[in-house]
Design a protein around this ligand. Structure first.
Ligand code: PHE
Length: 353
């Protein structure tokens, strides 16, 4: 019987060698360690053995059983491993390949420029004052000395906001510039001490809206930064000095500036400031359209009617104001040819900044 046990073991192990998948493994289990396998059948024949033979055969039979079960478990592991290796191969997973790079966000080019402008103005003593984006006609136009028939008030230029119960001559609209913030700021400052309103030096950043055809040069939504200084004895020289200094801080110590006469209803006199083209150094290029100069901002001495509307007596107070566009400055600085990129949300554009 010992001999038979050895044969059973050898045959079973031999058969196991060709078992290559789970199904064959289960079949092998039934055939070699299952209830009707030769090994298990053999256990039933123990009764025929003599008392002397029994312990040795029993021990051996158990050894064979354990050996076969261990071999079965081992084979099972092997099958699993090869299956895994196969599936890895089929999926072409190469764990040694470098990972996907993480994309990290950054500040929008307009935000970067806006922050730079506000930072420089802050160094020069201009505190940030934020004002509302939905304005009334009165603040956006009337208090800023726009004549009633001024073309900027026409429907084509403003987004009007539906507002029930408002007077017809003072509808709500999305502000078309940051200048209405001048009136809000002056009124707030003056309210603290109406007989002796304090001096003002503020920057007014924010989004503006115009109902315009969208082109490479104009968007319906854009930022502005307004500056306002009000006090006693403020002159046009202060305006020129402040803005020339701003240009040097913004565009470099050698930045030359020039002022051209312009017209705005809310300033008198009014001007536009150009900075010498920093792309061609004044030689003339496509960005400055061969003129050598880039228009940067509008400015002027605050109109007496505007001071009055703000609660500042124009006989005692004077002031200057200016307004500039961060998008425009970002375009000039980075030679961006189309303003629509700013709202295009194209990562390929944004990633460059
Ligand atoms: N509000 C003017 C504009 O939108 C800019 C400006 C601001 C001009 C302040 C003079 C003074 O174009």
């Amino acid at each position: 019987m010992l001999e038979k046990l050895n044969e059973i073991q050898a045959a079973a192990l031999e058969a196991l060698k060709s078992v290559a998948d789970d199904e064959a493994l289960q079949a092998w289990r039934v055939a070699h360690v299952g209830r009707s396998s030769p090994l298990m059948q053999l256990f039933k024949e123990f009764g025929k053995l003599s008392k002397e033979e029994r312990p040795a055969v029993g021990k051996r039979a158990n050894e064979v059983k354990v050996a076969l079960e261990e071999a079965l478990a081992e084979r099972g592991m092997m099958i699993k491993e090869t299956e895994l290796a196969h599936s890895l191969e089929e999926d072409h997973l190469d764990v040694t390949l470098p990972g996907r790079p993480l994309r990290h966000g950054g500040l929008h080019p307009t935000t970067q420029t806006l922050r730079r402008i506000l930072g420089i103005l802050a160094e020069m003593g201009f505190q940030v004052y934020t004002s509302r984006e939905v304005e009334s006609d009165a603040y956006n136009f009337q208090h800023l000395n726009f004549p009633p028939d001024h073309p900027a008030r026409e429907m084509q230029d403003s987004f009007y906001v539906e507002s029930e119960g408002r007077q017809e001559d003072d509808p709500l609209l999305m502000r078309t510039h940051t200048s209405p913030g001048q009136i809000r700021a002056m009124r707030e400052f003056a309210a603290a001490d109406p007989d002796n309103p304090p001096p003002i030096r503020i920057s007014l950043p924010g989004m503006c809206y115009r109902y315009e055809q969208i082109t490479s040069r104009s968007e319906i939504q854009f930022n502005q930064v307004e500056g306002l200084a009000v006090g006693e004895n403020i002159t046009f020289s202060d305006l020129k000095g402040t803005l020339s200094d701003f240009a040097r801080r913004m565009f470099g110590q050698d930045a030359r500036t020039r002022f051209r006469a312009q017209h705005f209803p809310f300033t008198e006199p009014s001007a536009e400031m150009d900075v010498e083209c920093f792309l061609c150094g004044g030689e003339g290029c496509s960005v400055c359209k061969k003129s050598g100069w880039l228009e940067i901002l509008g400015c002027g001495m605050v109109h007496p009617n505007v001071l009055t509307a703000g609660g500042y007596d124009p006989r005692r107070y004077t002031g200057f104001a200016f307004g500039m566009g961060p998008e425009r400055q970002a375009m000039l600085r980075h030679k961006i040819e189309d303003i629509r990129y700013f709202w295009g949300n194209d990562a390929r554009f944004l990633e460059q900044f």
